[in-house]
Write a protein that binds this ligand. Structure first.
Ligand SMILES: [Fe+2]
Length: 254
C-alpha cells in the first residue's frame, strides 16, 4: 500500500515537472528516425557513425593513435581494490578538450535531442570512460545494477563506442519502454523486468567501434558486468538547463 502511494506521488511530481517544459512538435519526428525510436522504446542506435560524421571520425582516429599500453597501465595503477567503483575510470585527459566538445555539440546529435526534448538541450557533461573487469568484486555494483538516472525529466545520454563491444565486455543494457513510466519502481531483476515490460524488452547494445547509442536514461538500464577485456566509450549527458542536481564546474569529466 505504501509503495502504491509512493509511486503515485512520484508520478504526480514527474508530470508536474514535465508540464513546465514546452511540448515537442511530434509531427516533425517524421524526419528523425532516432527520435521515433526514442519515443517508442527509449533507445536508438546509429552504427558506423564515424564513417558518416567527421567529428566522430576524429575521436576514433585520436583513440586509434593513442598508446593503449600507457592507458591500460594508467587504468591498472589507478584501480583501487577497496573501492567498489574500481570497474570504471575516466580517460578524458587523453583527448583534446575541443575535440570532445565538438563531438558533443555536433549538429546531428544536437538536432535529434532538440527534436526529442522540444527545445535546445543543455550539455551537462562529456567524458571518455574505460570500464574493465573488476577483479575485486564478483558481483555487479553501482551502475552495473538496474537503475534509472534522476538527473532531469528531460534527459538523453549518448554512448559512442571506441572499442568493439560484445556480450563479454560490458554492453549497455536498456529495458525498452521503461522510460515511459519513470515513476515506476526500479528494484527489479532480469526476470521481473521481462514480466513487467515484455519478454524481449531487455535490449543489449552490442556493436563495433563507431556505434552511437541514444538513450533516455529515465528508463531502466545498466552496464553489464565485464567478463573480459575493456570497454572504452565516450559518454555525454544532455538535460534541460535546469537539471535536478547542481551543474558541474566543467563540462568535461576528467
Ligand atoms: Fe545510469
Amino acid at each position: 500500500m505504501l509503495n502504491v502511494i509512493k509511486t503515485q506521488i512520484r508520478k504526480i511530481r514527474y508530470n508536474f515537472k514535465l508540464s513546465k517544459f514546452p511540448k515537442p512538435n511530434i509531427i516533425n519526428d517524421e524526419i528523425y528516425p532516432h527520435v521515433q525510436n526514442l519515443r517508442k522504446k527509449g533507445i536508438s542506435t546509429e552504427y558506423n557513425f564515424h564513417k558518416k560524421n567527421e567529428k566522430a571520425k576524429k575521436i576514433i582516429d585520436l583513440y586509434e593513435n593513442l598508446n593503449k599500453e600507457e592507458i591500460f597501465d594508467y587504468v591498472k595503477q589507478n584501480s583501487n581494490p577497496v573501492n567498489k567503483s574500481s570497474y570504471k575510470l575516466r580517460i578524458s585527459r587523453y583527448f583534446p578538450d575541443q575535440d570532445l566538445i565538438n563531438f558533443a555539440e555536433d549538429k546531428f546529435i544536437i538536432n535529434n535531442i532538440k527534436q526529442y526534448f522540444g527545445f535546445k538541450p543543455y550539455l551537462r557533461i562529456i567524458e571518455v570512460v574505460a570500464d574493465y573487469k573488476n577483479n575485486f568484486f564478483n558481483h555487479p555494483v553501482h551502475t552495473q545494477i538496474f537503475h534509472r538516472d534522476a538527473d532531469d525529466v528531460k534527459l538523453i545520454k549518448i554512448f559512442f563506442y571506441l572499442e568493439n563491444v560484445n556480450n563479454n565486455n560490458g554492453p549497455f543494457q536498456f529495458v525498452e519502454r521503461s522510460h515511459r513510466y519513470p515513476w515506476q519502481d526500479v528494484n527489479l531483476d532480469e526476470e521481473s523486468v521481462q514480466k513487467k515490460y515484455g519478454e524481449n524488452s531487455l535490449h543489449s547494445c552490442t556493436g563495433d567501434k563507431g556505434t552511437l547509442i541514444f538513450a533516455d536514461t529515465n528508463g531502466i538500464h545498466r552496464g553489464l558486468v565485464l567478463k573480459e577485456k575493456f570497454r572504452v566509450m565516450v559518454t555525454a549527458m544532455y538535460t534541460s538547463d535546469k537539471p535536478n542536481f547542481a551543474k558541474f564546474d566543467k563540462v568535461i569529466g576528467y
